[in-house]
Design a protein around this ligand. Structure first.
Ligand code: ACM
Length: 670
């Protein structure tokens, strides 16, 4: 079996009728894809097997259908890697991105540099939970690496399942374990210790000739082990602090005529790309490799949203979409307090399914550069194979459809109707997936009536929903849900909590929402001479909570005509306060969705209607309020502490479509 080339024809047609079946494909890979589709169609009946009559003409939408497994933060033994490959192959995913080197451990044996594993594969201990400050360690030495024989074994195993393994060797950042082994590769003398906490480290490879000789030595062995076209070189989260202070790095900047440390990183990556190209391989890096200019043939993996991918595609570069907002499988799948410890952020199954890899803003020609999509299973908080499977499933099933199916063929309703069958297959394979929570309690709701209709649904095969209305946690003895029902509500709020219970004793996390009878907020008197837009106040304070913005002094004020950043703010560590009135067109129960990175709040009158506060990546939260037609005082607070920016507000009425808040609703005192 040859190494499957990305983009190889995987199409097939499958026809089954009373006369028999016919599978046709132009390639052996297409035949395999057809057989993979045929298998799950078989059903036992009596002593025989039956198949439905079908006519399927199928091919993947994207050549890159990936999953990242982080074997570095916590070491994942090869049996786990092989199980991951089995699961991927079952849903036609075809790229395993294997994250092999990190600040917290170097996990790939390199014969030329034995200290990488003798020193770099062990850390003194690991931080307990999220006890960064004050730091608490577990006093347990933690080690692990893959021998070259094991890596060859995994690559062969993957090949037999038509999965390409793309190794990631991180540079110039996330390299603390390598620096612990070879401190002479850093910009300062060291000594260094393999990191015991998660995060971003200021110690990175110094751009010296020794570093390049070392990296080329490492990559030469990596190329020998991994026959695929692509090598991932990381490139993310490399602070410029050490390079700024390093005479050697500054000398390289001068010698090469570079403007700054961003161009130095770009120069670093270009030099590595030349080496890879000379060896017949192509370079992939995280979207930070855009900073200071992309290497000529680099492929970009867009993780900080999709904007890096959009920019790279516009520059004619290939792109893989893996934004934190939709494809980071280390984010929570449900309410944090009911879930095992995870990185943060919320990424429920429906959000993964809703991901569209090709942004609307690309031309058809630019869209050709989107190679596909990838889910990332980072293992900071995943110590065991079962923990990995819990985070990967069922989200990997949603990813597989996003990456394979035509855009117009995708339907959440269809997906959840088929999901119980897919979960049964996972049960057979012994996969420790997360039992999906009950659907129908997505958010707290307000109502202007004295009853609401409660509709619940479980995606679990053979499961029963039981619920409570007194705030208690449902048990197997609680009221069973049989059909939609009318729930009497009051001004104090009625909390519905539900869980799904399976026949074989499994139970979902609880899901709860509060239903509250509300009344209209009266409009404020119209005053003559109101102008459109909101007052804009810009603060250069470092805040961690939206309310703290009010204690500062704005460095600039102005006007905005949308609930958005102006775009001339500094790159990080600032805050905004937008204020004025919202002039809504009719009496209605309005629902608002506030999206931001980092925190934000929406206040109407004296009520916080949407609380999206705190340090986080792009996250959208919703809230409701009943408003009479007319003016209502509004304040939006937003702060940005580092990393990406984002701020937007949408609204809807009832089950209507979400729309941006129109500019003509925003008014202020002139
Ligand atoms: C990343 O999550 N730092 C690529």
């Amino acid at each position: 079996r040859p190494v499957p080339a990305l983009g190889e024809d995987e199409s097939y047609s499958l026809e089954i009728d009373a006369e028999g079946g016919r599978l046709q494909a132009p390639t052996s890979l297409g035949v395999l894809r057809g057989l993979e589709t045929f298998g799950p169609l078989l059903r036992k009946e009596g002593s025989g097997l039956i198949v439905p009559g079908v006519r399927i003409d199928d091919q993947p939408r994207f050549p890159w259908r990936g999953l990242l497994l982080d074997g570095a933060r916590h070491f994942m033994p090869i049996e786990v890697v092989k199980r991951t490959l089995d699961g991927m192959a079952a849903v036609k995913l075809n790229v395993l991105h294997w994250h092999l080197t990190e600040d917290q451990g170097w996990r790939i044996e390199i014969l030329k540099y034995p200290r990488l594993t003798s020193v770099g594969s062990c850390r003194r201990e690991t931080m307990v939970e999220k006890k960064f400050d004050p730091y608490v360690g577990d006093s347990t030495r933690y080690c692990g690496f893959y021998t070259q024989a094991e890596i060859r074994d995994v690559v062969a195993y993957a090949r037999s399942r038509y999965v390409t393994v793309v190794p990631e060797i991180e540079m110039p950042g996330h390299s603390k374990a390598a620096l612990a082994a070879y401190p002479e590769l850093a910009c300062t003398p060291g000594p260094f210790e393999v990191r015991t906490t998660w995060g971003v480290d200021e110690d990175i490879f110094c751009p010296s000739e020794e570093t390049f000789a070392f990296l080329e030595g490492v990559l030469t062995e990596v190329i020998g082990l991994f026959p695929g076209t692509y090598i991932h070189i990381g490139g993310d989260e490399a602070p410029r602090t050490r390079w700024r202070a390093s005479p050697l790095a500054q000398e390289v900047i001068r010698r090469e005529g570079l403007r700054d440390e961003h161009e130095l990183q770009s120069w670093f990556i270009r030099r590595i790309e030349r080496f890879l190209l000379a060896n017949g391989r192509r370079l992939i890096g995280w979207d930070e490799i855009l900073e200071g200019g992309l290497a000529p043939e680099a492929t970009v993996m867009s993780w900080r949203g999709t904007s890096g991918g959009i920019e790279a595609a516009r520059q004619g570069h290939d792109v893989i979409m893996t934004p934190t907002s939709h494809l980071y499988f280390d984010y929570y799948q449900g309410e944090e307090r009911f879930e095992p410890l995870a990185n943060g952020g919320l990424l429920p199954l429906d959000r993964v399914y809703a991901f569209e890899p090709v942004p609307d803003s690309l031309t058809p020609e630019q869209a050709q550069h989107i190679l596909g999509a990838q889910g990332n299973v980072w293992t900071e908080y995943l110590k065991t194979p079962a923990a990995v499977e819990y985070m990967a499933y069922p989200r990997t099933l949603a990813l597989a459809e996003v990456a394979w199916s035509p855009r117009e063929a995708r339907s959440w309703q269809s997906f959840i109707a088929r999901l119980p069958f897919a979960l049964r297959a996972l049960d057979k394979a012994g996969v420790a997936y997360r039992v999906p929570h009950v659907e129908g309690l997505e958010a707290d709701r307000l109502t202007l009536t004295d009853r609401v209709t409660i509709r619940l649904q479980t995606l679990m095969p053979d499961a029963e929903i039981r619920y409570t209305t007194d705030g208690s946690d449902p048990t197997r003895a609680s009221t069973p849900y049989r059909r939609p029902f009318a729930l009497p509500v009051n001004a104090a709020g009625v909390r519905v909590t539900a869980r799904a219970f399976t026949k074989d004793g499994r139970v979902s996390a609880p899901r709860a929402a509060t239903f509250t009878r509300t009344t209209y907020r009266e409009a404020e008197p119209e005053a003559p001479g109101r102008a459109t837009g909101l007052r804009y106040e810009y603060y250069e304070d470092t805040v961690r909570r939206a309310a703290a913005i009010d204690r500062g002094q704005p460095v600039r004020t102005g006007v905005v005509d949308a609930i958005a950043r102006r775009g001339d703010e500094r790159p990080e560590q600032y805050a905004l306060r937008l204020s004025g009135w919202l002039r809504v067109p009719g009496d209605a129960l309005y629902e608002f969705a506030l999206s931001s990175d980092d925190g934000s709040t929406l206040q109407i009158g004296d009520r916080i209607v949407v609380d999206n506060d705190g340090f986080h990546g792009v996250e959208e939260r919703t809230g409701m309020i009943a408003l009479r037609a007319g003016l209502h005082a509004i304040t939006v607070r937003f702060f940005q502490g580092g990393g990406g920016h984002d701020l937007s507000l949408r609204y809807r009425v009832g089950a209507g479509a979400w729309a941006p808040v129109p500019a003509e609703w925003l008014v202020r005192r002139p």
